[in-house]
Design a protein around this ligand. Structure first.
Ligand SMILES: NC(=O)c1ccc[n+]([C@@H]2O[C@H](COP(=O)([O-])OP(=O)(O)OC[C@H]3O[C@@H](n4cnc5c(N)ncnc54)[C@H](OP(=O)(O)O)[C@@H]3O)[C@@H](O)[C@H]2O)c1
Length: 223
């Protein structure tokens, strides 16, 4: 599979490393252009770099992993017809306030889907610290394999992403549609906590729409 990545930060690079290890082709991009990514190229063997538009065109699936406030800067037509992997989280202190999110009326992924109207948006990779994508990956069937939540409205695209997760070293739990993806957004029980499939299902079920838990304080890292 060809995977385009818009956002060459912590999460984009971690997914790129695992995807390359699984035999996929990956093109990373950032906002400043490929001429600024020489350290990325030398640090991740086999990765391609390009402009964000290049990465969008390159990918059969395209991961969007940028600070949430910037999602509308990515032109929707670049990703028309594509499966869009949405790893983004909303941190108001970083992203500014989105009132509909503050009022628990929508989800981050639904907002992306309303912008990328002709893309199949799948929420994935948002509820794991970037470093854990490489550290916690395990072969299929490993007893300590971690499960990650996935949500989306397109069943075919969601199945494709669940297969990709398996190749990258993770089990999956289908958390439902994009409107259900709040169950693993920031400050919910499933957010950035290593869980197996039964544990993740329980954490998703335990989430309450308007209840926000204290931050997962691991090295004060924001995901
Ligand atoms: N870090 C984690 O552990 C983690 C885990 C799960 C989810 N997330 C979420 O994933 C997203 C990215 O987080 P991160 O930690 O990877 O961020 P980061 O390290 O700050 O990197 C952000 C990347 O996005 C690029 N970017 C910003 N605006 C862009 C645009 N309009 N077009 C193309 N590229 C653009 C930046 O490029 P320039 O530097 O050139 O501007 C940079 O490469 C956030 O929404 C975050 O909440 C993060």
């Amino acid at each position: 599979m060809k995977i385009g990545v818009i956002g060459a930060g912590f999460i984009g690079r971690a997914v790129a490393q695992r995807a390359l290890a699984a035999g996929h082709e990956v093109m990373l991009s950032n906002s400043r252009g490929p001429q600024t990514m020489s350290s990325v190229v030398s640090g991740i063997r086999g990765v391609k770099v390009g402009s964000a538009e290049d990465a969008a065109q390159f990918g059969d699936v395209v991961l969007v992993a940028i600070p949430f406030e910037h999602y509308r800067k990515v032109p929707a037509q670049w990703l028309a017809g594509k499966t869009l992997l949405d790893a983004n989280n909303y941190y108001p202190e970083r992203d500014g306030h989105f009132p509909a999110l503050d009022r628990f009326e929508t989800t981050t992924s639904r907002l992306l889907a309303e912008h990328f109207t002709h893309s199949k948006v799948i929420k994935v990779f948002n509820a794991i610290f970037a470093a854990d994508i490489t550290d916690h990956a395990r072969p299929h069937g490993a007893p300590d394999r971690r499960a990650l939540p996935v949500a989306g409205d397109d069943a075919v695209a969601k199945a494709q992403v669940i297969t990709l997760l398996d190749e990258l070293g993770f089990d999956a739990v289908d958390a439902g549609s994009l409107d259900e993806s709040w169950r693993f957004e920031r400050a919910k029980p499933a957010y950035c906590v290593p869980l197996d499939q039964p544990g993740l299902k329980a954490a998703l079920a335990a989430a309450e729409r308007t209840v926000e838990l204290p931050p997962v304080d691991r090295e004060h890292t924001r995901a």
